[in-house]
Each structure stands twice: as C-alpha cells, then as structure tokens.
Write a new protein. Structure first.
Length: 460
C-alpha cells in the first residue's frame, strides 16, 4: 500500500467513525426505565464481553468523572490494564472510552460498532438507548484491548443506569446535589436513593456525598445489600490547604490519626473532595500493597491527574469549567478567588432543563466586568433571550452583558480582544454553565490557534 492509499484508508475510517457516532447520538439519550432483560440479551448475544472484569462503579451528581479518571489512573499505575468509561464527551465520542489513558481509535470504534450492529441485524433483540449502546461498545473495546479492570462512570442516576447490569467489586458515590430532577426526583433524598441503585451486591462502598441526609439514604441501601464495608470519605479531615502556581497542596488525616501531604496539579478546590474520595477507594484497590507502596502510588496518581473542562486553562487566560447545577456552581465559585484578575469575563450557556437561575445566582457573587451569553448549538440550549432576562435580574447593573450567536462567534471575539493586546496577565476569562458549551468552545479555541497546547497539558 502506497502513502496515498494509506491516506485514503484513514479518511474512509474517519468518515465511517463519524457516521457511526452520528447514528448513536441520534438515539434518545436515556429512557425512564432501564430494560435489564434487553441488556442481558445483548451481553449474551455478544458472548458476554463483561465476563471476568474487575469493576469499580462510580456514581454521584458532581465529581464522578474526576474520581473515575483518578481511579483508572491509579489502577494503571499499579500495573493493571484498566479501562475507563466516561460521560459525556467534550468534542469526540472517542473520549468516552479508554484503556490506560489511550482513547479508542476511529478504527477500533468502527470495528466494535460493526460487531454490535451485526448482532442487531441478526437477532433484532430490541433497541437500546444512546447511553446503553455506548456502554456495550465500551465493553467490546475493553475485551479487544484485554483490559482486566474497568472503572465505570454512571451516565444517569444509578438504578436507571446501564452500568448496573454488571456486578462491581467496589462502589463509589461522590457528591450528591439536585440535577436531572425530571428523572431522579426533586429532593436530595430521592436523588441519593437513585444513586444508591448502583449497589447491587455486597462489595465495599466508599462515599463522599457532602450531605448527611444523602448519607443516611445510601447507608440504609448498603446495609440492606449487606455490603462488606462502608467508608465515609467525608469524615476524613482535610487541612493546610495551600494554592500555588503549581496547583493545590493539602493534608489528609486518615482513620489512624496519621497525616499525609498530597499535591494536585490543578486549581479547582473542589478536586480536593474528589481526591479524598479516590484516596479512600484506593485503600481497597491497593489492599495487597505495603503502606509505603500505597502512598507512593496515591501521590503519583494525583500528580498525573488531568481532566479538561474542570477549571482548566484551554488557552492563556481562558479557563473552562462544566459546572451546570447549583451545587457544582457553589464549588466552582469558591475555587475562583485565586485566579481572578483585575478584569474578569464570564462566558455562559446552559441547558434549558437545568436550574439556570440557581447557577447564575452562585456565580454572580464574583466581580465580573463582562458577562457573555453564548448558547451552544444543541436543541437543549437555553435561548439567548431567556438567558438575558435572567442575567439582567441577577447580575449587578455595572456588569456589561453581551450576547453572541454561537461559541464560534465568542472565540472570534476573544481573538480580537487578544489582538487588541489587553494585558494577558490582568485578564481572566471563564466559560461555565454546560459541558456542551465547554466542548464547543474548546474545539474552536484549538482550531483558532489561541490554545497553547503544551501549557494547557501542564495546567490540567
């Protein structure tokens, strides 16, 4: 095969991968009830790709993606070939599944999708929703890469989630807050009960919900299931938190009254909570290691952690965070004082089905000079007129409120501001309100040349 043939093959694979992604994303995201029997039919028809996997299952309202990524990194560092399954993606669907930090390639994605479709065409077992389809594809990918361990992030709730169709060796539940109320309920207790639905056996549970009432609901479920251990990471004592140019340092007191010092190479204070959750979970995952080896792997795991869209710098002076509910916005705004400058700009979009007013109220307490309202391209995005009405009611009158038609327009405006040579070191720009906004902005930032990829990787 000559070079030209290789280019044509690569282009064809890319086109087929994009078409497969479009087909999958056109399916409804979730259903009100999970058809467990249908999922079992697919697993049976595909010769049980979940067979033999050591599974860590992570649920929660906020922080579950970060904890999933931390634990995947820890298992890889410990010598285990480990898959990670995440939701949602920012730019490409490939981001949702990885093994040892390497995303599924277009060629692998096409291959597992073809394998899945062959079963659909041959047995016609029934139609899965979008998330269930991606979950099945991830399992096929893990089998092809021979991953023996996987860390699964739930897509929605726990009880309703496709990921509960396979047993887990460890359950982890992160911060609980109000989100997806149309599916999960409108109280912390109801949402906690849905998240507790991941507990389908007697494996150990680690939780860090931030809510005593949520703890009580989850503990009841855990005791009903006879779990072998319950660890509440929220009871651990965090102290001596210090922000610096390289990230965050903190001390953690464990159950044996011993303090350890850890470093996170990021600026999101809320990642401390997620780190503590992951550290508590690691005690189960590294139970066969010496205390010295556990500590070395724990510290290395946190030092290597990165997760774009979680208060990370996509380009010099431009930061992205996916906070899209009031509890996440609370955590975000408490993390920002270290980063705020003389001139501060907030870029905001939100899904219409979220508590947009609650998110804006949390963020409005900070000293923003400008608020840019930038709806993302999806049909769920709140319209500019509605955003404008909310913003005018919530933000101080001295805040300059501007509207843009799309994230692409906003990136063009950022480029113009950069050309006008506003002092980079005195300006801070944050985009928040939706991971969909973050993903679209990130794509245009990278295409525009604004991004400093090397710097971005280090800061993440």
């Amino acid at each position: 095969m000559n070079k030209k043939d290789g280019i044509n093959v690569d282009k064809n694979i890319k086109i087929r991968a994009e078409k497969a992604a479009e087909e999958i994303l056109s399916i409804p995201r979730f259903t009100e009830e999970r058809d467990a029997a249908l999922l079992r039919d697919y697993l049976e028809a595909l010769d049980h790709p979940e067979s033999g996997l050591y599974v860590v299952h992570v649920a929660g309202t906020n922080g579950k993606g970060s904890v999933t990524r931390m634990l995947r990194g820890l298992l890889t560092l410990s010598g285990k070939k480990t898959g990670g399954f995440y939701s949602p993606h920012l730019i490409r669907i490939n981001e949702r599944m990885e093994v040892d930090g390497e995303e599924i390639t277009d060629e692998e994605f096409v291959s597992v999708y073809d394998e899945f479709k062959a079963v659909v065409d041959r047995k016609k077992p029934g139609r899965l929703n979008c998330f269930e389809t991606l979950f099945i594809l991830a399992l096929l990918f893990f089998r092809r890469r021979k991953a023996a361990h996987v860390v699964l992030e739930t897509g929605l709730g726990g009880r309703l989630d496709a990921t509960t169709s396979i047993p887990a060796e460890l359950y982890v539940i992160t911060q609980i807050g109000l989100d997806h109320e149309e599916y999960l309920g409108n109280t912390i207790e109801k949402i906690a009960a849905e998240k507790a639905g991941i507990i389908t056996g007697n494996s150990p549970l680690v939780m860090n919900t931030g809510s005593r009432s949520a703890d009580e609901v989850i503990e009841r479920k855990a005791l009903e299931m006879g779990v072998s251990a319950i660890v509440n990471a929220g009871n651990h004592i965090v102290s001596d938190v210090a922000f610096s140019a390289s990230g965050i340092d903190f001390s953690l007191q464990n159950d044996y009254d011993m303090y350890q010092r850890f470093h996170l190479p990021c600026y999101a204070g809320y990642q401390i909570r997620n780190a503590v959750t992951a550290l508590c979970a690691s005690e189960f995952l590294l139970a066969d290691r010496s205390p010295e080896e556990r500590e070395r792997l724990q510290k290395e795991m946190l030092l290597g952690f990165s997760w774009m869209g979680r208060l990370t710098e996509a380009a010099p002076g431009i930061w992205l965070d996916g906070a899209h509910n009031p509890s996440a916005a609370d955590e975000l705004q408490s993390s920002l004082p270290y980063l705020l400058k003389d001139y501060n700009r907030l870029i905001f979009a939100a899904s219409a089905d979220k508590n947009v007013e609650g998110v804006l109220q949390r963020l409005a307490v900070l000293p923003w000079n400008e608020l840019w309202l930038v709806p993302y391209s999806g049909s769920r995005s709140m319209k500019r007129e509605e955003l404008q009405a909310l913003a005018c009611r919530i933000f101080p009158p001295e805040t300059v409120i501007m509207q843009f038609g799309s994230p692409k327009e906003a990136v063009s405006a950022l480029m113009r501001a950069d050309e006008e040579n506003k002092a980079e070191d005195s300006t801070f720009t944050l985009a928040a309100g939706s991971l969909y906004l973050v993903g679209e902005l990130l794509e245009y930032i990278r295409a525009s040349g604004l991004s400093d990829a090397e710097k971005g990787e280090k800061v993440e």
